[in-house]
Design a protein around this ligand. Structure first.
Ligand code: PMP
Length: 282
């Protein structure tokens, strides 16, 4: 049995229903978050809630709940599921109203939180990726559920046996279809900057930058050219569910000048420890 939260109620997921007029369903008029719990605590909770609130503000959906309200929901779901490690999916849509492009007035946002067991993968993984043209919209900083462009790109990659599509816009690397990207060159770490709204400001991205800097390695946020990717010593992808993985094949060519991935392995371990020490418990 999986219990979810829908508009103030805790329900079996099979019994949770929303209107077909919900604007999340009709337009993808909604934002979302994904995060995980470990040993009953949530990692990066405040960062995820900061981003959720910023996204709600950007798309002009009124914030449906206080910080304490959100904490109560997560605490309750963790307790209901007997503290097994969980991944949470949170979605807030503008709500249900007769279909119209104009934003309706006085509708209540739909608030949905579901969770499922999260199996931690402590291996440092090496994956194959392909590069694709980043043909998404100009507000990739917003974590909207309108993910069809990302899904299409990701599925081209999957169709070619790859783990992820690494996206390139006008010669510059942006991010993966569902991850952020880092490269290592000459013992310095580089990641595309968030300045131009072309990438999602990943929570893992931010925390990996902190971990890299905490061990005295330079981590710069700036534009990264496609050719820098091809000549990198290491390439990493980060996300809340996969943490940090390394890319060893790109477009069927071996990449990463240092095939032992020394810095990636070190950061992978440091990040795992950092998570354990920074869980927000209830
Ligand atoms: N970029 C995109 C497009 C994503 O969908 C995600 C999340 N899956 C990320 C980056 C990584 O963000 P986070 O570290 O917050 O999970």
């Amino acid at each position: 049995m999986t219990i979810c939260f829908l508009n103030g109620n805790y329900l079996d997921i099979e019994d949770a229903k929303i209107s077909v007029l919900d604007r999340g369903f009709i337009f993808g008029d909604s934002v979302y978050e994904v995060m995980s719990s470990q040993d009953g605590g949530i990692f990066g909770l405040n960062d995820h809630l900061d981003r959720l609130e910023k996204n709600l503000f950007e798309v002009m959906i009124p914030s449906p709940m206080s910080r304490d309200g959100w904490r109560e929901v997560f605490a309750k779901l963790i307790s209901i599921h007997e503290k097994v490690d969980l991944s949470f999916y949170i979605q807030v849509s503008r709500g249900s109203a007769p279909r119209s492009h104009s934003f309706p007035r006085d509708v209540k946002p739909t608030v949905f939180v579901m969770c499922q067991p999260y199996v931690r993968d402590d291996e440092f993984r090496l994956v194959a990726c392909i590069t694709l043209d980043d043909n998404r919209w100009g507000r990739c900083d917003i974590k909207t559920t309108s993910l069809l462009p990302n899904l299409m790109l990701k599925n081209v990659a999957i169709g070619k046996g790859a783990y992820e599509a690494i996206l390139v816009r006008d010669g510059y690397v942006t991010e993966g279809a569902s991850s952020n990207i880092f490269i290592v060159k000459d013992r310095q770490v580089l990641t595309p900057s968030t300045d131009h709204n072309t990438i999602l400001p990943g929570v893992t991205r931010k925390l990996i930058c902190d971990v890299v800097r905490s061990i005295g390695v330079v981590c710069s946020e700036r534009e990264v050219r496609r050719d820098e990717l091809l000549s990198a010593d290491e390439i990493w992808l980060t996300s809340s569910t996969a943490n940090i993985v390394a890319v060893n094949m790109l477009d069927q060519i071996s990449v990463g000048n240092d095939s032992r991935y020394p810095l990636g392995r070190r950061i992978h371990k440091a990040f795992r420890d950092y998570k354990v020490n920074n869980l927000l418990s209830f």
